[in-house]
Design a protein around this ligand. Sequence first.
Ligand SMILES: Nc1ncnc2c1ncn2[C@@H]1O[C@H](COP(=O)(O)OP(=O)(O)OP(=O)(O)O)[C@@H](O)[C@H]1O
Length: 320
Amino acid sequence: MLEVLNLSLSVSIQGNRVDAVSGVSLALEAGRVLGLVGESGCGKSLTAQAILRLGEFQGVAKSSGDILIDGESLFTMSDERLRRTRGGRIAMIFQEPMTALNPVFSIGSQIIEVIRLHLDMDKQQARQRAIDLLLDVGMQDAEQILKQYPDSLSGGMRQRVLIAMAMAADPDYIIADEPTTALDVSVQKRIIALLLNLQKKRGLGLLLVTHDFGLVAEMCDDVAVMYAGQIVESGPVKEIFDHPAHPYTRALMGCRPEVSETGGALAVIAGQVPPPGQWPCGCHFAPRCSGADELCSATVAADVWRDHSHIARCVHVGSK
Ligand SMILES: Nc1ncnc2c1ncn2[C@@H]1O[C@H](COP(=O)(O)OP(=O)(O)OP(=O)(O)O)[C@@H](O)[C@H]1O
């Protein structure tokens, strides 16, 4: 089990440290897909990167909380163990493959390096494993691909290579941050199908970061809806789709093309996500919420359990 417990993260804005993620809790079980969904700027990537402690390289710091993998804190493990955990037990697939792949090394040398970093294999064994991984992600001419360089591949192929690299050390958990955003719609569908197939085959826990509620419906077992640094609603996907409780969740769901009342054009939620340091008092969503009243801006809502696993954070949501 991968658990994010009451995590708050601060960033530096104009010399001041302000929280950009506040009290976030998530639980990802092996074999399940958890969607972390919200508009751009809600803090999804910061949360996802914190799971590998990657944000620290960009000045992101933990203010409070913890992240546990099978009960062990990522923040207290030794550097060596953290290095082994990254890529070995938890792997990440980034949205822009070109930034994750090194343009000056061949695909083969990059995959083989990851394999040898984490698994006890000689060069020949690692090369064979790289070929098997590329075949697994649907690249039939795997031997040829090993010799190629990232910029000679299409965006979809590069993303397949990244998925193969993520699988290289047989991790238990994969964090995929907007894995298909940079791709054409038809390629997106194939990559998503591939990812789901591998997730099921290997019994992986997958955290899918996305702004697309349609993708959540297609892929996820559970969903956590994030707004301005906080989780405002979470629970099993089916339950949340049937009974969305938080106004922000309902607004995001209304932005799916298939339910849009604007004749196929995407609906948008009026206004913008407030940046860190400019969160309003009370409910962060209140200034954009058509149902908000004085209570909303005066009160910090507690999590309300609507069902044993369905939580919503809105003062106007009652328990079921
Ligand atoms: N290293 C940083 N220093 C300062 N501010 C940051 C840093 N990283 C992120 N932020 C800010 O924190 C907020 C949340 O960013 P984050 O990238 O997590 O959002 P997101 O929901 O993933 O959005 P997107 O889908 O656009 O990536 C944004 O306002 C962003 O500008």
